[in-house]
Design a protein around this ligand. Structure first.
Ligand SMILES: [Mg+2]
Length: 370
């Protein structure tokens, strides 16, 4: 048997999973108390296997768990019998065939890459080049909520070592200003990433920025202030702002990234594999780096499976200035054994092959394609 044959995909499985959050996750465009995700497992001829995760966020991307499970069988069948050594080709074909379900595609790509790297005996970050393998620190997200409760939550995270708070805004600009100011007054050593999730108009954004500037609140970055279709608004905000502006919902494809760069609309891209798929994210990262844009990495409501793949891009490709990989800390349970490790706000890399983790499978609900 040739090496190409040894890496042939012999089985693809998926099973739904329920991941409750510790507290309701409320952002400008929607909310979530329980994540309904899907885990994926790919088996190779040589015995290696890999895991992936589909993490749809219905209010943000329009995808949901049911839709992922409906799209899964035909996408999985297209992989059967193919060699994982042709991973770029397979990822390209998946992209063409599953344009509307990027979270589903991301789960398959992650499992494919994990299996490939386990078969080769290398960590996934080594596949990207191993450019920046070291302990990194993440911000922590504070959702929209009552001021007293958010301040209390922020204090708890601060005591655990977190110093950068990603504050969700965009539902009520006055309340947002008060909430951010209250956290800052309570924790003067903190700094902030602000994410409006498309909730502001350009005028509201400038009002918000002026207010935080006058209060001398250290804001490192403002993410997705206006709706992704409000191109003029985004350009206007970017021209007026002294704080770097990041695109999140506005950059869901390489084509989006090209347009944002051409129009000089933002300073930073927030890259999320569940939003674009893994290979499209890598393409966006490469374009951003060649174009002088800065990079942020984030995720949806997901476990350390999807987030481990995101961390592999940070460690392997390098060049990420803003790390927003806190989501597994906001979950009430961690279904993953092994993988990268949290210590306070630190993310500790793994050294074992692939994602370096294992998942118990749910045999009752597992869809098997072989
Ligand atoms: Mg965002």
């Amino acid at each position: 048997m040739t090496r190409v044959d040894e890496f042939r995909i012999t089985k693809v499985e998926a099973w739904p999973v329920v991941l409750p959050l510790l507290e309701p996750f409320i952002v400008a465009s929607g909310s979530m108390t329980v994540a309904h995700n899907v885990f994926v497992r790919i088996q190779l001829q040589n015995g290696a296997h890999g895991f992936g995760e589909m993490a749809p966020f219905p209010d943000i991307s329009g995808e949901d768990q049911a839709g992922c499970l409906v799209a899964f069988p035909s996408a999985a069948r297209s992989l059967l019998g193919q060699s994982a050594l042709h991973w770029r080709q397979l990822a390209h074909e998946l992209f063409e065939g599953t344009l509307k379900v990027p979270a589903m595609r991301c789960g398959l790509e992650t499992a494919l890459l994990d299996a490939l790297c386990r078969g080769m005996g290398i960590p996934l970050w080594a596949l990207w080049g191993g450019a920046d393998v070291r302990i990194r620190t993440t911000d922590v997200t504070l959702p929209i909520g009552e001021i007293e409760q958010i301040v209390e939550t922020a204090r708890r995270w601060f005591d655990r070592g977190f110093r950068v708070f990603k504050m969700k805004v965009g539902r009520d600009v006055e309340a947002d200003i008060q909430r951010v100011e209250a956290v800052y007054r309570s924790l003067p050593a903190a700094s902030f990433v602000i994410d409006a999730n498309q909730g502001f108009t350009a005028d509201q954004t400038l009002l918000f920025l002026d207010a935080v500037h006058r209060r001398r609140i250290p804001v490192l970055l403002l993410e997705q202030p206006v709706h992704r279709d409000d191109w003029d608004g985004l350009l206007h905000v970017h021209q007026q702002s002294s704080i770097p502006i990041a695109a999140d919902e506005s950059v869901r494809s390489l084509a989006d990234a090209e347009r944002l760069i051409r129009d000089r609309a933002v300073d930073v891209f927030n890259v999320k594999i569940t939003k674009c798929g893994v290979m499209e994210s890598v393409n966006i990262v490469n374009l951003a780096r060649a174009s002088g844009l800065r990079l942020m990495i984030g995720g949806m409501v997901e476990s350390r499976v999807a987030m481990g793949c995101s961390l592999s891009l940070v460690l392997g490709i390098g060049g990420f200035d803003f790390i927003d990989l806190d989501m597994p800390l906001l979950l009430a349970l961690d279904p993953v054994v092994g993988g990268y490790r949290y210590e306070g706000h630190e993310l500790h890399p793994w050294k074992t092959p692939g994602l370096g983790l294992e998942l118990p499978s749910d045999s009752l609900q597992t869809v098997v394609i072989q």
